[in-house]
Design a protein around this ligand. Sequence first.
Ligand code: ADP
Ligand code: MG
Length: 423
Amino acid sequence: MFGKGFPFMNSGGFYSHAIESRRPGGYTSKVRVRDRYNIVGFISSGTYGRVYKAVGKNGKKGEFAIKKFKPDKEGETIQYTGLSQSAIREMALCTELSHANVVQLEEIILEDKCIFMVFEYTEHDLLQIIHHHTQPQRHAIPAPMVRSIMFQLLNGLLYLHTNWVLHRDLKPANILVTSSGAIRIGDLGLARLFYKPLNSLFSGDKVVVTIWYRAPELLMGSRHYTPAVDMWAIGCIFAELLSLRPIFKGEEAKMDSKKTVPFQRNQMMKIVEILGLPRKESWPGLASMPEYSQLQSLVLHRQPSHFHRGSNLEGWYQSCLKNGGYSSTSSAGTPGADGFDLLSRMLEYDPSKRMTAEQALEHPYFTNGGPISGNCFEGIEGKYPHRRVTQDDNDIRTGSLPGTKRSGLPDDSLMRASKRLKE
Ligand SMILES: Nc1ncnc2c1ncn2[C@@H]1O[C@H](COP(=O)(O)OP(=O)(O)O)[C@@H](O)[C@H]1O
Ligand SMILES: [Mg+2]
């Protein structure tokens, strides 16, 4: 838990003493990356930076992932305007956070106007694991493994929420998994404190939460971020672990030339197709949401039957269990009726009624049915493939320019990655 020294956000959303010396994971000066680590390859190029695999040298043991932050880019000109907001956020938060289910920061190195954040290396992530289960044919992730993943994930999220941190970008690619089956919530680049924010948390960011995992209140134009936004994403991830497909796979409406934020009609439709229309009776805040008229126009223009019936989540869940071969007699086991109840409480339209991380951890899905392993791979036969590390670009000094594709996942996942916001 944080002590009094937690940095406060100023009006620009920055932290005033983000890079003070701290232990563990504090800022280290006068250290060069290549004096401490051997880069073994390139892992990924994401929204804000490039990630490399490295091993410690000169007596330093272990494998690491080094995230190099790109310099700020204005149009086509690359400017060294200082530290990006994302890097500062991630540094400020990761420096203070310490929990078994949140990725552990080893150190921060500043060198040649670049920021290198050194993390413990994780062999897998949930995107990769889900992908593995679709190859060569679909085969369900065993129910005890899903239960362990969800339990650890919720423990990490409870820790973040208890410490007034919202993640805001939870999705399978950002959930890291170690080779010993520990779940680590990663990518705190969009995370933000929600304790007495000076600005509305809506301001400032163009990109918040990948659209498939975006909560309905955000789609309806809510400007208030609450922990419920993360819980919606966790519900979507739970569904995806069981079905091996994103549950609400909408297409994003792009911002128009006037830079007005569009109503995400297609994404909302995907949710409505499974959950039915949100209703004022069960979500009292709905009628006063900025996009309420858009929701009504959606009803007027289209009249398919799913608009008029209630939720079909149970039908979705039952066919998902059937297709996945989950049953009480199968070797994969089953998440059962408790799994459905938990899912439905996380995918609750009204954010004030949506289950919290704390409540979820006490749900019968976890409290019934025996112990939960802290190693999600326990009892699992067969190995998951190692993270793909390429040699195309393992020069950490030059590989800084934006725009290089993420390596690692072929076919479906790459397509998904390109559809995902700026990933
Ligand atoms: N600690 C780590 N160990 C191994 N791979 C990692 C680690 N952290 C991130 N990665 C890989 O790099 C990708 C991008 O990292 P991430 O922190 O999510 O940054 P971005 O903001 O670019 O999305 C992740 O999806 C994952 O595949
Ligand atoms: Mg990421």
